[in-house]
Every structure is written in C-alpha cells, then in structure tokens.
Design a protein around this ligand. Structure first.
Ligand code: HOZ
Length: 432
C-alpha cells in the first residue's frame, strides 16, 4: 500500500480531528482502496503535485470538470478578471446570459436554463420541476445511477454509496424514498413493468445516459430511445443527468451523441470550469413552470455566481471554438489499448468500458452492463492496482466505482508513461 509523504500524513491527521473522516466528500478518503489520501499543493495540465512535492499524472481531473486540464490559462484569466470586479452580487450579470446562450446553442433539449451551484441541487430541482409540470409524484431511477445526495435520489445510488456499499443512507425518512422506484440499468422490461403498474403516477425517469458512478457503463443499443418512447406514451418526462457527460462526450453531451432528446437535462462539472456551477434546462414550456414565472420554487444566493459563470464560459467557449472530441477519443483509445494489453500480458482478466474520454478498468472477465455486473469486479485487485499506480506517479480514482477522465492536457507521452507504469504494476497483481 502506498504511503504518502510526511506533510500529507500530518495534514491528514489534523483533518481527521476537524472534518468528519478528514474529507469534505466521502470517496476522497481512500476508504474504498485503503491507505491515506494525498493532500494537493497544485495542479498544472494533466498533473497534480502533492504537498510533499511528488508529481502524479491525474485521471480524476476533479471528477470530471477539468476537460482542459488543471489551471488552464484562459480559465484562470477569466476567473482573475471577474474576481477583480467583485465575487458575488445576488443580482443578474451578463455572464449568466452568455453561458446560458452557449448551453442553449449546444444542448438539443434546452431552450431555457436555470443556473445553480452543484449537480445535487440541479438534479433535485429537475425532479421538483418534473413533479410540478406533470402534477405527479413518482420518479423512476436506475440501480447504481447517482444523481447527487438529495433525499429521494439516494435510493440504490452509485458513487460514494457504491464505494462504501451503503444501500440506503440513514437520515432519509422512508416516505421520501418511497417516491423513487428503482429499476436495473439497461433493462427495458423492468421499466415497462414499472410503467404498467404505476404509469399514470410517474412524473419522470431520471437516468445517467452513460452511467458514470458505478464506473463507466454505456447504454445498451436502443435503451435511451426506449426511455424516450415510454415516457412520452405515459405523459411523463425523461430527465437526462448529464452532470458528467455534458460537454464531455461532445458539445451536445450524450443526447447529441446518441440522438435521443430528453425533456429535461441536468448539467454540472464542465459548465463550471472547475468552479461550483451546475444547471438544469428544458424546453420553454417546462422551464416557465419555475418561479418567478410559475409556481415551482427554487432559489440560491450563489446561483449564477459570476466567478463560476466566467470559468464555465471560458471552458465552454474553448470547446466550441475548437472541439477537441476526436483528439480526446484518440488519447483515451491509446490508454484503453495500452491498459488492456498490459493486463493481457500479465494474465489479469479485465474489462475496459469507455465512451470517448471517460473510462473504467474493471477487474473482471465478464461484461459490465449494470450495477450487479460492476460489483463482480475484484475490488481488492483494483485497490492493489491503484496503490501500485500511485507509487509510479499516476493518480486514479480511489474507488472501482467511478469514471476516469482524459483531458486535452494528457499528451501521448503522458499516456505512454501511464501504460509503462501499468505494465509494471499489473505483473504484481497475479498474487492479489
Ligand atoms: N460525486 C463525486 C464522484 N462521482 C465525488 C466528488 C468528490 O469527492 O470530490
């Protein structure tokens, strides 16, 4: 197991006395892989440096927002210039219009968009909007999909809950979770059955169009189109949670990639450029149900925060001006092939799931298509791989059940270094 340097260790000891578990978000604590987290000093390009001066090639990239890499100069400059004029007003700014118009331009389902501060808030508000618009209460979600930590959406969720095998968190009254019907991902029959029973009470389906919080799982062919069809047949709404996939798998997100347009879209991560911003959007008829036009309430002191808008705008405009998706795909494919070859040479069975620049290496020999098959992955082997890679200067997600990300800052040389590291580490995994 990798032991971080002395400063990281000291900061960790202090953090544990001040902050529950020493972290402000559970998966950062390394509990899924064992050991102690690194404390970061700085990030540049595709690398981070810890407080002890060791450099790592980073494939977490702040869990997805940093598609352009750490401290991308245009983003940093936009933040700097905006801060100098004030950091928050609680009054509208032009930056909100500019980011909103870029989102409307790129995301097929969105005519109007409301900015908030986190993906959790955006998903929670999208659900409220779906309920307000349809006048129905029930929500369908998929086993292992994660939509933030609002009460009703924590049922059978991925991300930290998958990492810690928490089936249902304490503190959520049973009646809150009762409004959420959980069905297996990629399973049209199960969705059909739930609609046959509750169809006229279902406000909407919320889905990660590419699952990213149990590791990456692509939608089965026709699955998303089926969800569009069944929601339309029953007068309920289809909500795509594109917090991870928005601007990640293309300018139009997963809906652009697969050609399926949902009713409501939830965005986060990349649209904040590494600052706290998220959003939800839909056609005008739905969005105008929100206060102050309509009667569905949602608000926030820091919603549309100018600094976050500036960072998001600089990121999104960079992507629009020179879409990097073909390059990202090529870089991620290089990594995918290299890791798979390294595993094969070492005789370690793996499955590599990848869509564009998001991917997960599962330590299993059977296909991973839903949460139960993801759970078959050998978590002990993943942990050993994770620690071996840290030793070699490569930072992977500290849990098997997360997506890894390639950014435009990952050069072929960085990826080749990563593959060389994986070759060394994989040979030691046979005995694990
Ligand atoms: N929910 C994030 C992973 N899917 C974790 C965020 C964090 O710990 O920073």
């Amino acid at each position: 197991m990798y032991t971080p340097g002395a400063r990281s260790q000291a900061l960790w000891r202090t953090a544990c006395t001040l902050i529950p578990g020493g972290v402000n978000s559970p998966v950062r604590a390394f509990k899924g892989v064992g050991g102690q987290p690194l404390f970061v000093e700085r990030g540049y390009g595709c690398c981070v440096q810890d407080v002890d001066g060791k450099e790592y090639i980073d494939y977490v990239m702040s869990w997805g927002p940093l598609i352009l890499g750490h401290a991308y100069p245009r983003v940093v400059e936009a933040i700097r210039q905006t801060c100098e004029k004030g950091t928050s007003f609680g009054m509208p700014t032009e930056l909100e219009n500019r980011l909103a118009s870029r989102i409307v331009q790129c995301v097929p389902s969105i005519q109007k968009v409301r900015m908030v501060s986190s993906g959790t808030e955006a998903a929670m508000s999208a659900i409220r909007l779906a309920r307000g618009f349809t006048g129905r209460d029930l929500i369908v979600k998929f086993d292992g999909c994660y939509h933030g930590h609002s009460d009703g959406l924590l049922a059978a969720a991925g991300s930290g809950l998958a990492t810690f095998a928490i089936p249902d968190t304490k503190g959520v009254p049973a009646k809150h979770a009762e409004g959420t019907l959980v069905v297996p991902y990629n399973n049209c029959d199960a969705v059909e059955a739930v609609f046959a029973k509750h169809g006229d009470k279902i406000a909407g389906i919320i889905v990660e169009p590419i699952a990213g919080n149990v590791g990456v799982i692509a939608p089965a062919s026709g699955f998303l189109a089926f969800l569009g069809d069944i929601t339309q047949r029953h007068g309920s709404l289809l909500i795509f949670d594109e917090v991870i996939t928005g601007f990640r798998v293309g300018l139009g997100g997963a809906q652009g990639l697969y050609g399926v347009t949902p009713d409501i879209t939830v965005l986060g991560k990349i649209i904040g450029g590494g600052m706290p911003a998220a959003a939800y959007g839909a056609r005008a008829e739905i969005m105008d149900c929100l206060a102050p036009v309509g009667a569905v309430y949602q608000a926030g002191t820091l919603s549309g925060n100018p600094v976050a808008m500036a960072a998001g705008l600089a990121t999104v405009e960079t992507l629009i001006e020179d879409p990097p998706y073909a390059r990202l795909d090529a870089s991620a494919a290089l990594l995918e092939t290299g890791l798979r070859d390294a595993a094969r040479e070492a005789g370690i069975p793996v499955r590599q799931n990848r869509v564009g620049s998001m991917q997960t290496l599962f330590f299993t020999d059977s296909p991973v298509t839903d949460y139960p098959t993801a759970k078959k992955s050998d978590a002990r082997r993943y942990a050993a791989f994770f620690h071996g890679m840290l030793e070699q200067g490569v930072y992977l997600a500290p849990s098997q059940f997360e997506a890894g990300f390639v950014s435009t800052a990952h050069s072929d040389a960085h990826i080749q270094r990563t593959i060389a590291a994986a070759r060394k580490v994989m040979t030691g995994l046979k005995s694990v």
